[in-house]
Ligand binder design. Structure first.
Ligand SMILES: *Cc1c(COP(=O)(O)O)cnc(C)c1O
Length: 523
């Protein structure tokens, strides 16, 4: 029986944990908790079929988002008018009227530009939506309480960034009542432009922490903090593993599919398309798995990784294994590449996919769905225990890897190939790719070759090139018509580095970080 009494509603309105025996979580619990009490990640009990998706072709981005999200959120939790308002607020901050415009690079290769939000990177799609959802649920919980009431529900977001991803979280949560935001970055090791994006936000609820250490240190501080009982008692922590991040990105697949149908003379609704996704933590591409199983005609989802290739190796071998420290220099085993937002050791949303694959496998035993779900959670818990213990699990069962290969392909792109792709695309059509989008474009190239260019490809462009200008300049210096000033920097950001900075320095010590948070939160 569901704790919030939604047992009689759609299974896709209820959520379960990838590692637990519990189910029946409400959407509100899922959003406010971020991570399940047993340490697993939340997923809907069932992926809903979008039975009328073919009629969505002419909807605007917000209208389409509403249709899709309504399949995952019970109207008894968020009434339709409220959900529409949350979506409208989230995407009115984007500079393009299409929110995510589709541009053609060549015959059968289209690029979905995801960098028209406040921080010029794809994370805005999810962060803007999550921020407004949290605001909505907090306002509901705190209705009628005075601003100083001890029982106000408050949330704290703590993040660690190399520079690229932290600003999206800040911009999603800035100025939100009852939410405080702390973002740690390695002092002196972030590009000036990116540091400015993190440190020049004037809102009182945002605090940037310059850590005397490396990015790995920042991540360790974050891990310690999330594992600390005291910290969890003192503040209610929001994590970037939030399900709402996935939900928001499902829209991208449907929207770009329809954009392509509108542009294309030959593609009809129902024809198949390939999606190619620059991948790190497996969030964007997992949203594609949901779109596929909701009914969108997806031929394959192509994972594009850089040299941090744990996913690529899984698809080849069925074994999920952390890169050993030392192989890529000192530190954690993460290799520093030109596409830093994809520099990962493990890919946390992959756990969500594994659960569905394990559940599909369990269903071949012919038992009921509850049994399948429990089997899947047990399997996933076992795998991740092994990963923690010995640094790998697998090879997984053949049927599991077979299902993974049915829906996905994978490509690994080196730094050298990234640079070459930025240059080749610029020469061919004058378009400037950022290094992450170039990883996607290079993988697209290979996939098109394999399919004899017979299937349209949509690859995601996940950041504005100005965010990674060093690499772009390295690739394009001396190219005909290229100059940094005129071709890279968007006018909105031209004065960024001159704006006033607010930074709190902190030692490489998680308890010091906890003290700062406690002092600022006033508890
Ligand atoms: C986060 C990010 C990615 C990868 O997305 P995941 O959901 O982590 O797989 C790719 N490119 C950029 C610029 C990003 O910020």
């Amino acid at each position: 029986m569901a704790p919030n009494g939604t047992a009689d509603e759609n299974a896709s309105y209820r959520y379960l944990s990838t590692r637990g025996q519990d189910s029946g979580f409400s959407f509100e619990e899922v959003v406010l908790n971020s991570v399940a009490p047993d340490g697993g990640l939340y997923i809907p009990e069932e992926i809903p079929r979008a039975t009328s998706w073919e009629s969505w072709g002419d909807l605007s981005f917000p209208e389409l988002a509403f249709e899709i999200m309504s399949l995952y959120i019970s109207p008894s939790e968020i009434p339709p008018a409220d959900l529409k308002a949350i979506i409208a607020r989230s995407y009115s901050s984007f500079r393009s009227p299409d929110v995510t415009p589709l541009v053609q690079l060549r015959e059968n290769h289209h690029l979905l530009e995801l960098f028209h939000g406040p921080t010029f990177a794809s994370k805005d799609i999810a962060s803007q939506f999550l921020g407004n959802l949290l605001e909505y649920f907090l306002a509901k919980k705190n209705q009628g309480k005075t601003s100083t009431a001890a029982d106000r529900h408050r949330l704290t977001f703590v993040g660690a960034t190399r520079g690229d991803a932290g600003s999206a979280a800040i911009h999603g949560l800035r100025g939100k009542e009852d939410i405080s935001v702390f973002v740690m970055f390695p002092q002196g090791q972030v590009a000036p432009f990116q540091e400015a994006q993190i440190t020049t936000v004037p809102d009182e609820n945002v605090c940037s922490l310059a850590v005397a250490g490396t990015f790995d240190d920042c991540q360790n501080l974050l891990r310690r903090l999330h594992a600390d009982r005291q910290a969890n008692e003192d503040f209610d922590l929001v994590s970037s593993r939030n399900w709402a991040h996935i939900l928001a990105q499902i829209v991208l697949y449907f929207y770009s599919y329809f954009s392509l149908v509108k542009k294309s003379a030959s593609l009809k609704i129902g024809d198949k398309v390939r999606f190619v996704i620059p991948t790190g933590k497996f969030g964007s591409i997992l949203a594609g798995y949901f779109a596929l199983h909701m009914g969108l005609p997806v031929d394959k989802l192509v994972i594009a990784t850089n040299e941090n290739d744990i996913l690529d190796r899984f698809w080849r071998t069925g074994r999920y294994e952390k890169q050993r420290a030392g192989r890529g220099g000192p530190g954690s085993g993460i290799k520093k590449t030109l596409s830093p937002a994809m520099d990962i050791l493990t890919s946390h949303n992959f756990e969500r996919l594994l659960w569905f694959l394990a559940c599909e496998f369990a269903s071949s035993a012919g038992m009921d769905q509850l049994w399948n779900q429990r089997q899947a959670s047990q399997e996933v818990s076992q795998w991740f225990q092994e990963l923690d213990g010995k640094g790998f699990f697998g090879p997984v069962y053949r049927d599991v890897i077979r299902s993974a290969r049915r829906d996905f392909e994978s490509e690994r792109i080196t730094d050298h190939q990234t640079i070459e792709t930025i240059r080749a695309v610029y020469r061919r059509c004058g378009y400037i790719l950022d290094p992450h989008s170039a990883v996607g474009a290079a993988a697209t190239q290979r996939s098109m070759h394999r399919t004899h260019a017979s299937i349209p490809h949509i690859s995601f462009s996940t950041a504005h090139p100005a965010k990674f200008s060093e690499t772009v300049v390295k690739a394009l210096r001396g190219e005909n018509g290229f100059s940094v000033e005129t071709t890279l920097m968007p006018t909105e950001l031209a004065d960024l580095e001159k704006r006033e900075k607010r930074v709190t320095p902190v030692e490489n010590d998680w308890q010091k970080v906890r003290e700062i948070i406690k002092a600022r939160n006033g508890n």
